[in-house]
Design a protein around this ligand. Structure first.
Ligand SMILES: [Fe+2]
Ligand SMILES: [Fe+2]
Length: 148
């Protein structure tokens, strides 16, 4: 019978965990481009960020969370479904930020539009940071322990 259980190495886990700071820096770069009056640059940075974040979340859903769920005995705040719910919330906000960025007219975005979008990106950063911290302190340590 073919073994269909997910394969995960400690090395792959550590490489994955190292993506969190990079993703947060990329997200900050979107706001920096907006503040610098470069909506086109902000949109290109967002597109690359969005692709990287979706790949990051897919890897967790396909390769980490099934292993984590199989370990059982997760802490009350670390149920696998909670991480999946957070991914859905992040995706919804990611799409909304993307629509707002695409709606900005290059060269004619009003200061109010820019400020509102920068504020929205700040709230999105808090959401992502909170999610990453939960993975850094609950999900990854448990997987590290199981793989060591
Ligand atoms: Fe995640
Ligand atoms: Fe993550």
């Amino acid at each position: 019978m073919k073994d269909s259980s997910p394969k995960l190495s400690l090395r792959a886990l550590e490489a994955h965990a190292g993506e969190h700071p990079d993703l947060l820096i990329r997200l900050k770069g979107i706001s920096e481009s907006l503040v610098a009056g470069d909506p086109s640059g902000a949109l290109s940075t967002f597109i690359a960020f969005s692709r990287a974040l979706r790949q990051h979340s897919s890897f967790e859903e396909e390769s980490l969370l099934p292993v984590y769920a199989a370990l059982g005995a997760t802490p009350r705040t670390g149920h696998p479904e909670y991480f999946l719910d957070e991914h859905r919330k992040i995706e919804i906000e990611l799409d909304a930020v993307g629509s707002d960025l695409k709606g900005l007219s290059p060269g004619s975005a009003s200061p109010t539009e820019v400020v509102e979008l920068v504020e929205r990106l700040g709230r999105f950063r808090n959401l992502l940071d909170h999610h990453f911290r939960r993975e850094d302190t609950i999900l990854f340590p448990k997987l590290r322990e199981a793989l060591s």
